[in-house]
Design a protein around this ligand. Structure first.
Ligand code: ZN
Length: 121
């Protein structure tokens, strides 16, 4: 594994791990990399010395705290949605259909189901 600091053409910086230098080069050439802030696919490696993962170089990273301002905004948005709506769980499709047809008194619903699960309901 190799770690790179990356930068988009709008000067947003972020970082990611790749299986190898070749894996990064392949993703870069095929425009499979995108900026998590603006979505640009014009991504270049920022100037840095690459880090190679090993058991000695791994550092404990707190996953319970947002790692960036964007993650904090996403977390805040999720909390707002969950506090202002009702979790209808597996009844999401039924509730959404009832809301669409005007038959449901629930103004806003959400679910923790993933999209493939929702489509299969
Ligand atoms: Zn960007």
């Amino acid at each position: 594994m190799i770690h790179y600091n990356l930068k988009c053409n709008n000067d947003h910086t972020f970082n990611s791990w790749f299986d190898s230098v070749d894996a990064f080069d392949k993703l870069e050439k095929t425009k499979m990399l995108s900026c998590p802030v603006c979505g640009s696919d014009e991504i270049k490696r920022a100037i840095m010395s690459p880090q190679v993962s090993s058991s000695k170089t791994k550092q404990a990273v707190s996953l319970s705290k947002p790692a960036s301002e964007i993650e904090k905004k996403i977390s805040d948005a999720r909390k707002k949605i969950e506090s202002e709506s009702e979790n209808v769980g597996k009844n999401f499709a039924t509730e959404a259909r009832a809301m669409h047809e005007g038959d449901s008194p629930v103004p806003v619903s959400y679910t923790h189901l993933t999209l493939p699960t929702i489509y299969s309901v």
